[in-house]
Design a binder for this molecule. Structure first.
Ligand code: THU
Length: 134
């Protein structure tokens, strides 16, 4: 199985665990750490709506908790009419841990797929270099 297929399977599986009773929009994410390990995340909503966590954030948190700080590929899946677009906050989170040229594959449960990169998702991202004088 290719790495992309492995990521698709991992994201599809974890999406089933999403806690999304308020939006009914389940999202799954899978990322590959530099070590080759795959980390999964799903969205976890809350009755206090702003407290919800996106799937990408969950996958990144799992990676960092496991001791890794660099992701080399990512995939997101949802039951959306077009390949799901990561929210602005998740674009920033992906940019914190992945290089600009890292591929992010956006998919739908009915098989649509679009490949992009962290750099294209968030051009001009704010990063640690902007704080170098502080
Ligand atoms: N959501 C994600 O988990 N990732 C995305 O890329 C887009 C949106 C979640 C947040 C919320 O639980 C639901 O989808 C609807 O916004």
């Amino acid at each position: 199985m290719s790495q992309l297929d492995t990521l698709l399977k991992a994201a599809t599986e974890v999406r089933e665990n999403a806690h999304a009773p308020y939006s009914n929009f389940k999202v799954g994410a899978a990322i590959v750490g530099k070590s080759g390990t795959i980390y999964q995340g799903c969205n976890v909503e809350n009755a206090a709506y702003p407290e919800g966590i996106c799937a990408e954030a969950g996958a990144i948190a799992a990676m960092v908790a496991a001791g890794e700080t660099e992701l080399v590929e990512a995939l997101v899946i949802a039951d959306s009419p077009a390949p799901v677009a990561p929210c602005g906050g998740c674009r920033q989170k992906l940019a914190e841990f992945g290089a600009r040229d890292v591929t992010v594959t956006l998919t739908t449960t009915d098989g649509l797929s679009a490949a992009t990169t962290i750099g294209d998702l968030l051009p001009g991202a704010f990063d640690a270099t902007h704080m170098e004088r502080s």
